[in-house]
Design a protein around this ligand. Structure first.
Ligand code: HEM
Ligand SMILES: *[C@@H]1O[C@H](CO)[C@@H](O)[C@H](O)[C@H]1NC(C)=O
Ligand SMILES: *[C@@H]1O[C@H](CO)[C@@H](O)[C@H](O)[C@H]1NC(C)=O
Length: 558
């Protein structure tokens, strides 16, 4: 009897709890006061906003209907969120990472994969890691990496040249169709391996290195569409996954084992070597991020409480691999895709690149000459326009998300609309209750027609010569775009990837012509915006393009 009473007591309490959170509390949620798209009880608005096929249109329509501060629903009525396309609100959110943290759910997923590095740490821990890493990304240190990036670009070019030559022998065709995304990603892995810890994956050559495979398989497992309930479990009951691992969890653990073994040893070796050199009274010359992190950690200027551990170092190297390889290769691959589909723009860019090409070719330049060539390269206006335009139009990070850790007033610059769709006069802020998610619409801002003009969704590099004043409002760290985010949690690798993108564009475009295939390419948001061939999603992310060696037009004969 008392057992039944206890059970029914629990049931009543549970029902009351559910009713309260599903039906009662949401009514008092201040976000309910502002305009937003219709939603069902458990039918939120996320899908349309996160899928690159529909997101630009959805943002556009919402802004026109509901203004720039928009209430959207996540998974249920307890999950009302703020989608802001108001530049002032965005700036407030990104400038105050102590109020607006990354949600613990996504941090758990990332930490479970690569450890708690800069990408997923919060608070003091993040500040400490960022402070130690910042000197490694100084302009001077990045410059040291330029010759290596040139070398890797040249290796990729040579590889493609021999592949087209082979194709030419077997089929008499001088062109070749290849998965540009995959090939470029092999090269960007090589670059980040050397730049990260002075380690050669040699992935352009072949994909057999154990550490390379460990990273690659682990990142692929991370973005593959696994069973949703498994993902939920790994967030809410992480021990369950450890006790009852499925195929994917076992793969991740195997990869982590390899990484811990091989990369952990690299950290140890590097530390020994550095201490050895220092004990001889010399200064240590290593230029890779690992050496620079160790150096920065050992610097006398760093307060003892700001130093980081061996584990932290490994987690941050993992983070650079994770945050720096696919993002760079995707931005390059999408740029080649856009250029292939705009042959006029492609040849105009090629002409600009050829105009600074040394007569002897780029292959046998000294390091100094390569740096001089890179300086010339980074001053090319059309190349800069192309890179900005491509990163604006297809940002690899489609959007991000933050959670309010306390009740907050978010300032607004544009009028706020009420539930009835009418402007609430005099309202200059939006109340965001503790625990609410705020969406950071990277692509949303980048493609905003009211800011960039009617042609905002087109690839038009010339727009950068005469930008509308309005885009100055957008607080991004890169050319008024949000592609690398903004504020204390913005991308630390921005300059690094610009070096990579510009160098690779230079080397590959002066050697090859890029031509689209008949396959239709779609953008799919799986952690990053990736290319898929239409109707062949099962084959995984790929971007087939046809390349053919570029033949400079022979001088007109008389
Ligand atoms: C085109 C290439 C890249 C793009 C578009 C990009 C974009 C971004 C964005 C949008 C964020 C903020 C993420 C968020 O708030 O949710 C971010 C953070 C970060 N990126 Fe990048 N990234 C690129 C390349 C790189 C490279 C090459 C590296 C490293 C070598 C790197 C390292 C990082 C790190 C460590 C963070 C976390 C920073 C922090 O939280 O303090 N990224 N990146
Ligand atoms: C950073 O410096 C502290 C104090 O000198 C040291 O204990 C720690 O091991 C260092 N971290 C790494 C990764 O070398
Ligand atoms: C870069 O441009 C300067 C000035 O035009 C020129 O003197 C130099 O040779 C160029 N560097 C290379 C490597 O082509």
């Amino acid at each position: 009897m008392s057992f039944l009473l206890a059970v029914s007591g629990v049931l009543v309490a549970l029902t009351a709890w559910i009713i309260y959170h599903v039906f009662i509390e949401p009514r008092f949620n201040p976000l309910q006061q502002i305009a937003g798209p219709p939603c069902g009880l458990f039918k939120g608005n996320l899908r349309k906003l996160l899928d690159p096929i529909s997101s630009s249109k959805a943002h556009h329509i919402y802004v026109r209907r509901y203004g720039r501060s928009i209430r959207i629903r996540g998974v249920g009525p307890w999950d009302e969120r703020l989608l802001t396309l108001d530049p002032l609100s965005l700036q407030h959110v990104l400038k105050n990472p102590s109020i607006y943290e990354k949600p613990w759910q996504s941090r758990t997923l990332i930490t479970g994969l690569i450890g708690c590095g800069m990408l997923s740490a919060e608070g003091q821990m993040h500040k400490r890691q960022r402070r130690v890493a910042t000197p490694a990304f100084s302009i001077q240190n990045l410059r040291e990496m330029v010759p290596m990036v040139f070398k890797k670009g040249t290796q990729l070019k040579d590889k493609w040249m021999s592949m087209t030559a082979e194709a030419c022998q077997s089929s008499k065709e001088s062109s070749l169709t290849l998965d540009v995304c995959r090939w470029v990603s092999r090269a960007t892995f090589d670059v980040i391996g050397i730049a990260g810890f002075d380690y050669s994956f040699n992935a352009i050559h072949d994909e057999s290195n154990a550490l390379f495979l460990a990273y690659k398989e682990m990142f692929e497992a991370a973005v593959s569409q696994g069973k949703p309930w498994r993902t939920m479990l790994s967030i809410y009951l992480p021990w369950f996954n450890k006790l009852f691992p499925d195929e994917r969890q076992r793969l991740v653990e195997r990869c982590q084992g390899t990484i811990h073994r091989v990369a952990g040893q690299l950290v140890k070796d590097k530390k020994c070597k550095m201490e050895e050199v220092l004990s001889e009274g010399k200064s240590y010359e290593g230029k890779d991020l690992l050496s620079l992190l160790l150096k920065s950690n050992a610097s006398n200027e760093l307060a003892p409480e700001n130093r980081i551990s061996d584990e932290d170092i490994l987690h941050n190297i993992n983070t650079f691999m994770f945050a720096g390889s696919d993002t760079s290769s995707l931005s390059l691959a999408w740029t080649f895709y856009l250029l292939a589909n705009h042959p006029d723009i492609q040849s105009r860019l090629r002409n600009e690149l050829l105009s600074i090409s040394p007569a002897t070719g780029a292959s046998d330049l000294t390091e100094e000459e390569i740096l001089s060539l890179y300086d010339n390269l980074s001053n090319l206006p059309y190349l800069h326009n192309i890179v900005r335009e491509s990163l604006r139009l297809i940002p690899p990070v489609h959007s991000s998300i933050r959670v309010a850790t306390k009740d907050d007033e978010v300032p607004t610059m544009y009028p706020v609309h009420g539930r009835d769709g009418q402007v609430i006069s005099g309202k200059r802020s939006v109340t965001v209750p503790k625990g609410s998610f705020v969406h950071v619409a990277v692509e949303g801002f980048n493609l905003d027609k009211e800011m960039w003009g009617e042609d905002a969704w087109d690839f038009n590099p010339d727009r950068w010569d005469t930008l509308p004043d309005k885009v100055q409002e957008i607080p991004g760290i890169f050319s008024n775009t949000l592609t690398f985010s903004s504020g204390p949690r913005s991308c630390i690798g921005m300059r690094f990837s610009l070096i990579e993108i510009k160098t690779f564009l230079y080397i590959l475009l002066t050697s090859f012509v890029f031509i689209p295939t008949s396959e239709k390419i779609h953008r799919v948001n799986v952690v990053l915006t990736r290319p898929f061939v239409s109707k062949r999603y099962k084959d995984g992310s790929q971007l087939p393009l046809t390349i053919s060696p570029f033949e400079p037009p022979s001088p007109p004969s008389r």
